[in-house]
Structure formats: C-alpha cells, structure tokens
Write a protein that binds this ligand. Structure first.
Ligand code: ZN
Length: 375
C-alpha cells in the first residue's frame, strides 16, 4: 500500500472539524521530528498551529496547510461514512480527502523521501500547519505569520496545499488570489403608510439608483494576471412584510473580489462617493478579508512548472481564480507563494474523494520541487 495513501487515511479518520485538530498535527510532528525538524507549538485560543523547521539557513521552503475540515452535513447522505476513510473504485473517500488531508500526506512523504536522499540539503524546510483555515481564520496562519515576522523569520518559498487542480493533478496552479472586501450597508428612511408617502422616506426607492450605479461601475479592467474587479450584491433585506408600510430601513450586503489594479481603500472611497452622490442616509461596516497577491514569476513558479511537467508531462496553467486562501497572509511578508494540490471537484461536498494515484503523483511533484530548490 502507498505510504501517501496510508497517511491520508490516518488523517481522514481523525474528525477534525474546524477548529478541532483531533491529533492530526501531533501525527505530522511525530513524522517530522525524526527527520530533524524542530516543532514549535504556536496555538492561539481554540486553534492549534505548528511551525516545524529543519535547518537554520535561508532559503526557507515552507509547506503550508490546514488540518481542519468543513462539516460533513447529514452523514446519512454520504455513500461512505465521512470520517472513516473508504477506498472505492480507485478513489479514497472521506471529508478532507481533497481539502486537504491528501496534500498533507503528500507533503510528509515528499519531505521524508527528499531528506533521506539529500541529508545535507541547502537552506531549510518548514511546515506551517493550522486547524483553522475553514473557519474564522483569526487564530491560525495569520497569528503564526505575526509571530514569525516579530522575530524576523522569513519564508522564501511557500507551497500551500490547497486543491488547485481542475481535471488532472497539476493542470492548474494558483499563483495568486484576488482580494476580498465586504460591505454591510444600512440605508435609513422614515417608516410610514404607503398612502401617505410625503410623510415617509422610502429607503428602497432611494437605494435602487445607487445600487444600479454600483452594479454597473467598471472598477478596473484587470490585468494579465487578474480578471476585472467584480462587485456583487449578495443580500438585500427590507420591508415589514405588510403591503401598506414603507419600511424604515434597508439592509444590503455586497462583496468586491478585486485585482491588483485597485486597493481596498480606493474601492471604499469610490463606493462612498456613489452613496453620497445619491444623498443616502446610511451606516456602513466594512470587513476586509484579504489583499490580492501575485507570484507572477521566480524560482518557485519555475520549479513547480518543471516538476509538474517532469512528473506528469503536463504544461500547468497559472491561475488567480477562486476564493481566498491562507496564501493571502503569507504573501505580504515577501514570500513567493503558490498553491498546488489535488483535483477540487468534490471539495466541501458530500462524498468528497480523491483519486488514489493522484496522491502519489502529488508527493512526487512536491519532492521534485524540493529537489529543484534545495538539493
Ligand atoms: Zn482547504
């Protein structure tokens, strides 16, 4: 049986729904320690994190990932028990198989094989592992990065194991992500009878033109690496439920996914200009979910493209599409960051699974990247 599969099964069988770790990180540490890694527990509040490092020199190659998984949903809807890894038709099934316990297993096997073949390798190898990537991500990677930054410990190259592949392992590598900014807008009016509108102020009527303008604004044109910034309204709530009442307020939630052509501050300023131009009476709360980042070239991208080509024959495609990831906390330190993991077709879904052969291929690719950068 493949060692990567073995470790994947061990991890899936630990029910580590955010922020639980369920012993996954101890299991990983027990493999890394005998290879010469120093393990540092950097847990904060309910979140378990480890920083493991072998070597003291630069450059530092870091594997980053998370041991937590999203909930399974109703277990009876699964073909196999979500927290008991089950082999079926060449796939291993279970929550976290693709996102991202298979990647963690591949990182461990790649490191074992690389260190055994290159005991005197250059630089350092590190693991940054958290148990809260899927949840509020307050006490996870961001806190570990703060700790490393405070003592000026730098990551040169970071490979995040998020499931980046679409059809075949390695077909897509994420070399950046868009930024994300959410606005919660409360537009205030004056409640009244629909038959006496001159005694009321209708926040729905007043908002519609402003919202139409926001929805039709071209925020930027994107660039070679990013699509144009998008603005999407996700929720509108207003009204009392009665047909004869003008409501006193309207709540609107919207989100920007933005490119490197604009900043969060520019988006906020331009949004407020539109709201003010339409003379709305409003309160607004902003939630900033992460800056965009991009690793458009450099040794990490090069080594990754060559390793994928060498192990699979595939020309990988670099992409910045998709949601946010913990890469957004690591990239601002100056690290080159890419995301490479298994096929993401079933992530967060019922019957999450990963192709068993892909796990070994992924371990081979990871090892080949180490070889190219640190041998
Ligand atoms: Zn993930």
């Amino acid at each position: 049986m493949s060692r990567t599969l073995d470790l994947t099964i061990d991890l899936i069988n630990r029910k580590s729904v955010t922020p639980e770790d369920a012993g996954c990180q101890d299991m990983m540490a027990n493999i890394l320690k005998p290879l010469g890694f120093e393990i540092e527990d950097l847990s904060f509040a309910d979140t378990k994190n480890i920083w493991a490092r072998k070597g003291t020199e630069a450059p530092v190659f870091c594997f980053a990932g998370h041991t937590d998984v999203v909930p399974s949903g109703p277990e009876q809807n699964w073909q196999t028990p979500p927290f008991k890894a089950t082999e079926k038709d060449g796939y291993i099934h279970g929550r976290g198989a693709a996102d991202m316990k298979g990647s963690l297993a591949a990182m461990l096997v790649a490191t074992e094989n690389f260190v055994k073949a290159n005991p005197q390798h250059k630089g350092s190898i590190a693991f940054l592992i958290t148990s809260d990537e899927e949840g509020p991500f307050i006490n996870g990677t961001t806190k570990v990065i703060d700790t490393l930054e405070a003592r000026n410990e730098k990551i040169t190259w970071c490979l995040v194991g998020e499931p980046s592949s679409t059809d075949l392992v390695g077909d897509i590598v994420k070399n950046g992500r868009r930024g994300s900014l959410t606005g919660d807008l409360l537009v205030k009016g004056i409640q009244g009878h629909v038959a006496y509108p001159h005694l009321a102020r209708n926040p729905i009527h007043e908002s519609t033109l402003a919202l139409a303008e926001l929805a039709n604004t071209q925020w930027d044109k994107g660039n070679d690496s990013f699509p144009a910034t998008s603005f999407q309204i996700s929720n509108i709530n207003g009204g009392t439920g009665a047909g004869n009442v003008i409501p006193g307020e309207l709540k609107i939630c919207f989100n920007f996914r933005f490119s490197t052509e604009v900043t969060d501050q520019q988006l906020i300023t331009r949004t407020l200009q539109v709201l003010d131009a339409h003379k709305l009476d409003y309160d607004i709360d902003w939630t900033f979910n992460g800056q965009p980042f991009l690793t458009d070239s450099g040794k990490l991208v090069e080594a990754t493209q060559q390793a994928i080509k060498g192990c699979t024959g595939r020309e990988t495609v670099l992409s910045t599409a998709g949601g946010t990831s913990d890469g957004r906390f690591i990239a601002p330190t100056g690290a080159q960051v890419i995301e490479l993991g298994p096929v993401n077709a079933t992530i967060h879904k019922i019957d999450e699974c990963v192709k068993i052969d892909d796990l070994d291929t992924l371990a081979d690719i990871y090892q080949d990247i180490l070889q190219r950068l640190l041998a």
